[in-house]
Design a protein around this ligand. Structure first.
Ligand code: FES
Length: 392
């Protein structure tokens, strides 16, 4: 029996709206495809998938739902959600992330989370896991860490991202992670372990205290089982027992913990300060091409001193708002009660792209101003530069 949270979150109108995309989006050349096509005709004005979804969301083919089958508390403010995706969830590689959409108080919210398990390694057949840290004031992270229950459904997008292992059969790696930045690294380590390739990996992981280390037991077990995996847990507030030194990333610390770092493929994931420090050091050392970083937030250009707020007109919604200097159009729209489509919120996925009708917008990543009507604008990383009107 479904609870209120487990019932299909789709209404009939939403189903109708997306039917056109659902039908025709899948090839009908196979016998199964032709049967589904015929069933779609009888199911009109909806698609067969919409009726199946009402019985079991995991049977839907026009949207990929996943059921929360387990919840694992990792630390006081981080939780792993073990998910069983339904039909249509694509293959992924260790280290990639996935857009996750949840409905909170009737509004849909999408965030991206690294998949924290390697393919085939989550409990349950075909399952995946995401591990979420509660961000202070974060509505979605708060819901996923504190509110969601087993049996609830979330919507999944397509796994994506370039933060994946190199092709070498037994890669020499250096992992630099902090906080929840350990999530893609854990999937990579599982993958390497599963294929017997966890032979030469140095892992520096930062957390405020030992109690804040996500996957602490898992990582320790991997280190115990694989002598070639050298884990260094570095506490920034209180060193864990048995560890004499702690501190944030620094070239000295790096040399002390991993003297041959120049000879390794390095992967960094964590807060902005760690990523910026690592990028600066690798660039200054002429090794920038050996470092890959995975960000949770976009890198923004400093705003010119004379930039003031602006005014944004969301044409289709009939809403006009005053915007703060540097406030993204996505945030401005959400503050006005709108719910624009979005994914990563950092300029990667293009889900939030809309058309500029008139006026000027500033790309917050590089400060570039666009004033060409018809230009496509990513509203999560764009702000009104004076007045603007966008198709939203
Ligand atoms: S939400 Fe992904 S690019 Fe804007």
């Amino acid at each position: 029996m479904h609870t209120a949270e487990t019932a299909s979150p789709f209404g009939l109108q939403a189903a109708r709206d997306s039917r056109a995309d659902a039908i025709g989006a899948r090839p009908r050349s196979t016998l199964r495809g032709r049967l589904v096509g015929a069933a779609d005709l009888f199911a009109w004005p909806l698609g067969l998938s919409h009726y199946l979804e009402l019985v079991n969301p995991l049977w839907s083919t026009h949207t990929t739902w996943a059921r929360v089958v387990d919840l694992i508390d990792e630390t006081a403010d981080a939780r792993t959600l073990v998910l069983r995706p339904g039909r249509g969830f694509g293959a992924y590689r260790a280290g990639q992330y996935v857009p996750v959409t949840v409905t909170i108080d009737g509004r849909r919210h999408t965030r991206t989370y690294s998949i924290s398990t390697a393919p085939g390694r989550a409990p349950g057949r075909g399952g995946i896991a995401i591990t979420v840290k509660h961000v202070a004031g974060g509505r979605v992270s708060g819901h996923l860490v504190r509110g969601i229950r087993r049996g609830a459904y979330v919507e999944l997008g397509t796994p994506q991202g370039e933060f994946v292992l190199p092709d070498a059969p037994r890669p020499r790696l250096l992992l630099l992670t902090a906080g929840s930045g350990v999530t893609p690294a854990r999937a990579m380590l599982q993958e390497l372990s599963a294929r017997g390739a966890l032979a030469d990996v140095v892992h520096l992981h930062w957390a405020p205290r030992a109690a804040d280390v996500i996957f602490a037991r898992d990582l320790a077990s991997l280190a115990a089982a694989h002598p070639g995996y050298r884990l260094h847990v570095l506490a920034t507030c209180e060193p864990p027992s048995g560890v004499a030194t702690a501190g944030h990333f620094s070239p000295n610390l790096l040399d002390a913990r991993c003297a041959d770092w120049r000879a390794r493929d390095a992967y960094a994931c964590g807060p902005r300060a760690l990523l910026e420090a690592a990028e600066a050091h690798w660039t200054a050392s002429g090794c920038a091409q050996r470092l890959r970083v995975e960000r949770f937030q976009p890198v923004l250009a400093p705003l010119p001193a004379d930039v003031a707020g602006g005014r944004a007109c969301f044409r289709r919604s009939g809403v006009t708002v005053e915007t703060g200097a540097g406030q993204s159009l996505l945030l401005a729209a959400e503050a006005a009660g709108l719910a624009p489509a979005h994914g990563c919120r950092m300029g990667i996925c293009h889900t939030c792209t809309v058309t500029l009708r008139s006026g000027r917008v500033r790309d917050l990543r590089d400060g570039r101003v666009t004033d060409e009507p018809g230009a496509r604008v990513q509203i999560c990383v764009s702000a009104a530069a004076g007045e603007c009107e966008v198709e939203l």
